[in-house]
Design a protein around this ligand. Structure first.
Ligand code: HEC
Length: 304
């Protein structure tokens, strides 16, 4: 009987919450709705909070009553028929009690003496109940988990340990950075160009140099029609930005073609970088140095 009342109260409160849900749907995602209806929202929020509080109190009440009524451990009922004739009605185990009993496997209060040990502390005796099945099940699960974990991470190495996981994530992030930079490559110009040190890009710079520049600058950069690109002397500046600019706009008056229309910014960056790697090499029949001495800050190129 009491349970039914509790059920009704519970359902009633849930249904009374429904209008809130419809309001939330109407709201959509527009922030202005919330501003316009701030007062109403506040009222409903307070109401919802109150309902929630009511639910909590109700639940607590039911739980306390259940414990107080010993729903979990029902006592047998003694019915007197006549005189000294009595029958003992074993209470029907409720569903909750049955489940609890299966989970805890504890001895009913009435039979507690059977499992009482002689360990006594200030009149409190220790019971020798079975270990609760739920606890034992969890214990076995941890053992199985431990074995699987050990095999996975330390025996067959099928899983990644922290270090490897970290490395993988870093590699993935690096790949993302590179993919992003690749989309940025062609935004290079003479104001922001930097020396490329990536071998594949330098190699592509070299092959483009062989195709387009070697006729005038020599296969190994020693010079010909155009100046020697392996020495430290530059007519138009030896900084990567200067070299890039010379290649891009050319020196048409002196026979150096502008390459802007034929090469992409990234390609011109690759060739500029490749030319810097030529510095300090020893080509056959080098042309005399021309222009001014340019001393490179980093000795990367010279070291090669
Ligand atoms: C038709 C011949 C010719 C071709 C092809 C040519 N250049 Fe030149 N380049 C020249 C000449 C001539 C100069 C010298 C300009 C001057 O004296 O001001 C020069 C100058 C340069 C300079 C400046 C050198 C300095 O001392 O400042 C660079 C760098 C250069 N060329 C790179 C290239 C690259 C890279 C290519 C290929 C993409 C290329 N050139 C193709 C003829 C050429």
């Amino acid at each position: 009987m009491k349970n039914r009342i509790a059920q009704k109260i519970l359902l009633g409160t849930l249904f009374s919450l429904l209008p809130l849900a419809t309001i939330a749907q109407d709201a959509g995602s527009s922030a202005s709705w919330w501003e316009a209806n701030a007062q109403e929202v506040l009222v409903w929020s307070v109401l919802a909070l109150e309902v929630l509080l009511l639910l909590v109190v109700l639940t607590l009440y039911i739980v306390i009553r259940m414990i107080a009524n010993r729903v979990l451990v029902p006592e047998p009922e003694v019915v007197e028929i006549s005189g000294d004739k009595k029958i003992v009605l074993e209470p029907k185990e409720t569903f909750v009690a049955r489940v609890m009993h299966q989970l805890t496997d504890s001895v009913p209060v009435a039979q507690e003496e059977e499992v009482m040990t002689d360990h006594e502390y200030d009149g409190i005796y220790e019971l020798d109940n079975n270990l609760p099945p739920w606890w034992k099940a969890m214990f076995y699960v941890t053992i199985v988990f431990g074995v699987v974990y050990l095999l996975n991470y330390h025996v067959f190495d099928t899983g990644d340990l922290q270090g490897a996981e970290y490395e993988k994530e870093m590699a993935a992030a690096q790949a993302e950075i590179e993919a992003f930079l690749a989309t940025q490559e062609n935004s290079v110009d003479e104001t922001n160009v930097t020396m490329i040190e990536d071998d594949t890009r330098l190699a592509s710079g070299q092959s483009m140099y062989m195709q387009k520049c070697s006729p005038c600058h020599g296969a190994e950069g020693g010079g010909g029609v155009g100046p020697n690109l392996t020495d430290q002397y530059w007519i138009h500046g030896g900084d990567i930005k200067d070299i890039y600019k010379t290649i891009k706009y050319g020196i048409p008056a002196k026979g150096m073609i502008p390459w802007e229309s034929q090469l992409s910014p990234a390609q011109m960056q690759d060739i500029s970088s490749y030319i810097i790697t030529l510095e300090g090499t020893d080509p056959p029949n080098p042309k005399e140095p021309e222009g001014e001495l340019y001393e490179r800050e980093s000795s990367v190129a010279l070291a090669k």
